[in-house]
Design a protein around this ligand. Structure first.
Ligand code: UD2
Ligand code: MN
Length: 575
């Protein structure tokens, strides 16, 4: 027995040494990653880093001469027949897909990020993996497939689990067998189809349900990802699992396909009291909070199409409101919910993705109103009245049942909308809407005529003249509010406008309201007297309804005060 034992000892030693050696081998293997190292020599840290960054597919060699390459604008010399085809493509998609079809599905984009972004290094092995979900409805071939290829060619293989395409019951032939066939030749891409039109909310959820990554990344079906778009987003989510992170959305022109991104500070999201999403610049308090230009930017809302969220956190938050149809409203609903229920919504300045904003809506979006009402009914508390006052037709909209969504809010113990406004969106103008001091602003002399403001450019609220028009009772551009500070506000949109008069013209225009905490400038100050007159402090005149204007359109005008009924005004709320 002793001899046997003696003989066994060297064997044991060999075993132990062997185990230690294997341990080293395993350790080294793990260190060098799951990446395939083709040559046997040791790789340097830098080489290894490059390997980890490798996308699912490499882009084909660059052909600088190719149409629209590097995000350049496309300008084609077309004959009559070709022009006709181009027009047809625009009619069908509200995007110039004739031009899109001429551009490589693999084109590269110009560098449009803050140079500091390039210096950020990521620990690839510790980043969460992601699945990219792209729902589409009747999308053109080249815009859809350029999206898919751009994801595959800019996302590190090690981070991308799969791309899930969801066909939301499209009826175009090119999206049937030809798409199946094309997709089957691509690594990591799956295609599923809805069996009826679901709308983008349920289509996205259908896609999400078959994903395997830790993070869900949603994209629209007409996007192009900029190099390095994915890493910063996943890094942020690893650092803060309750962060929902959006890339910067760069514009791709619908007509020329020019990539219009810029490396400056991105814009963030807000909303106005029509519950329409708005863009605005980063407020000072947020710039102060950030320590560097490559820090995330907290945003009150998101545009909706492009964002990443941990799958488990998305489920915790109650995914989406599946009672929402087709398009619209889900982006604000989700934004409110993220903030009110303990998450944060952020834009990462180092993540850039291009998006083609169409010429106009390519399909009916009539369900958007009901979707917005659902969002208001669940999240806005008493502030929903501000929305209804400006959009009286919304009160009549059949929005379905929101009991479950209210229960979700209860279950998660979410904060109030007042908290959200005070803490997350302190810059928004919050109207007071005192009884009798808001609605249509009607004249007693020129009966059934109302203050009316209809800026021609949706994005430029200020600067134009206020006119008088037949009262329509639909809120919106005939909705005004007399504020506690003596301003006549046009605050249906954001930024809020205030009516101003000057000494040059007698007419009134809408200008930006003062910033919070500033006194009301005298040219925006009106005293609404008991007798119904509106006295302009700066000019010491009263507002009178005038027919005889320089351009023939009746308008309110500053005139010497008199007893005329044309100088008597009152608010009416009724629709
Ligand atoms: C913006 C968002 C969009 C969505 C929408 C509000 C961006 C860049 N885009 O409008 O993602 O949040 O606001 O709802 O932030 N789709 C379907 N089924 C439908 C309708 C649309 O699958 O019934 C798909 C569509 O093909 C696209 C995505 O959903 O991939 C968003 O639709 P969109 O591109 O028409 O919306 P967009 O960009 O005008
Ligand atoms: Mn879109």
């Amino acid at each position: 027995m002793a001899a046997y034992g003696r003989r066994k000892r060297p064997k044991l030693l060999i075993l132990i040494c062997g185990a230690i050696f294997m341990g080293y081998v395993m350790f080294f293997k793990r260190k060098s990653g799951e990446v395939s190292l083709t040559n046997r020599r040791e790789v340097t840290g830098e080489e290894e880093y490059e390997l980890l960054k490798k996308p699912v597919y490499e882009k084909p060699p660059l052909d600088l001469e190719a149409v629209g390459e590097m995000g350049r604008a496309v300008k084609l010399n077309l004959n009559e027949e070709e022009k006709r085809k181009e027009e047809e493509s625009i009619k069908a998609h509200q995007i110039n897909t004739y031009v899109s079809d001429k551009i490589s599905l693999h084109r590269r984009l110009p560098e449009r990020w803050n140079p500091l972004c390039k210096e950020l290094k990521y620990d690839y092995r510790s980043l969460p993996t992601t699945s990219v979900v792209i729902a589409f409805y009747n999308e053109a071939w080249s815009t859809l497939l350029r999206t898919v290829h751009s994801v595959l060619e800019t996302s590190p293989d090690i981070l991308l689990k799969e791309v899930v395409l969801v066909d939301d019951y499209s009826d175009k032939a090119h999206l049937k067998e030809p798409l199946d066939k094309y997709i089957s030749g691509l690594n990591k891409v799956r295609l599923i189809r809805a069996t009826k039109r679901e709308g983008l909310v349920r289509a996205r959820l259908l896609g999400a349900s078959i994903t395997t990554g830790e993070v869900l990344t949603f994209l629209d079906c007409h996007c192009e990802c900029h190099e390095g778009w994915l890493e910063p987003v996943l890094h942020r989510i690893k650092e803060e699992p309750k962060a929902v992170v959006c890339p910067v959305i760069d514009v791709i022109d619908w007509n020329t396909f020019q990539y219009l991104g810029h490396a400056g500070e991105p814009q963030i999201g807000g909303f106005d009291w029509r519950l329409v999403f708005t863009w605005h610049s980063i407020p000072d308090y947020e710039q102060k909070r950030r320590r560097s230009p490559v820090d995330v930017i907290r945003s009150p809302t998101m545009a909706g199409g492009l964002f990443a969220v941990r799958k488990d956190f998305f489920h915790y938050l109650g995914t989406y409101d599946t009672g929402m149809e087709v398009w619209g409203g889900e982006n604000l609903e989700f934004s409110f919910r993220i903030w009110q229920c303990g998450g944060s919504l952020e834009v990462h300045p180092c993540s850039h993705v291009g998006h083609v904003f169409p010429k106009k809506a390519p399909y009916s979006r009539s369900k958007a109103l009901a979707n917005s009402v659902r969002a208001a009914e669940v999240w806005l508390d008493e502030f929903k009245e501000i929305y209804y006052h400006r959009n009286p037709h919304a009160r009549l909209e059949a929005f379905g049942d929101v009991t479950e969504r209210r229960m979700l809010r209860e279950k998660l113990g979410c904060k109030s909308f007042k908290w959200y406004l005070d803490n997350i969106y302190p810059d928004i103008h919050v109207p007071h809407d005192r009884p009798g001091m808001f609605g249509m602003l009607k004249n007693r002399g020129k009966t059934n005529y109302c203050f009316d403001y209809n800026p021609t450019d949706e994005n430029v609220v200020v600067g134009q003249r206020v006119i008088l028009y037949l009262c329509h009772g639909m809120g919106q551009n005939q909705f005004f509010e007399y504020s506690v500070n003596g301003e006549i506000c046009y605050n249906t949109r954001e930024p809020a406008g205030c009516i101003a008069g000057d000494n040059i013209s007698t007419y009134l225009t809408v200008q930006l309201c003062r910033t919070r905490g500033q006194p009301v400038p005298s040219d925006q100050k009106f005293i609404f007297r008991k007798d119904g007159s509106l006295y302009h402090v700066h000019s010491q005149k009263c507002i009178e309804a005038i027919d005889n204007t320089d351009n023939g359109t009746p308008a309110p005008s500053l005139q010497p005060c008199s007893d005329s009924l044309h100088q008597k005004w009152f608010f009416e709320e009724r629709m």
